[in-house]
Write a protein that binds this ligand. Structure first.
Ligand code: FAD
Length: 88
């Protein structure tokens, strides 16, 4: 199937809009059979720890949810993998 992407921008934005791939997105990637390959490129983030300077503020655990992928996958190599996939 050929897909044509029409966008007012001529190139991807340089502004960061993602630090990671969330579990629900992983569900979609699993459906098309690329979840394991993507996981192999990244780091499983199981919690966020927020600080003000060196003072810990609060922690957001991601691992306690009832989901197939209870983590956020973070790593720039994952982005490169998805970009390559989009070019195919
Ligand atoms: C600071 C920030 C951090 C984020 N971090 C994460 C994260 O870690 N993980 C995560 O999963 N999500 C994250 N998100 C959310 C994620 O970026 C969005 O959910 C996602 O980009 C939405 O995708 P989209 O294709 O619907 O919209 P967009 O990515 O906004 O794409 C819309 C596109 O439409 C184009 N467009 C707009 N109007 C027109 C027009 N009239 N004609 C032609 N083209 C047009 C725009 O140029 C743009 O390229 C973050 C968002 C922000 C702002």
């Amino acid at each position: 199937m050929h897909v044509r992407v029409v966008d007012r921008l001529s190139a991807p934005t340089a502004a960061s809009r993602a630090i990671g791939v969330h579990g629900r997105s992983m569900d979609m990637f699993d459906r098309i059979g690329i979840a394991d390959e993507l996981i192999a490129t990244g780091i499983k983030t199981i919690a966020f720890q927020m600080y003000a300077g060196h003072k810990p503020l609060f922690r957001v655990p991601l691992g306690g949810v009832d989901a197939a992928f209870p983590f956020m996958l973070s790593d720039r190599r994952g982005r490169a993998f998805l970009a390559r996939l989009g070019e195919q």
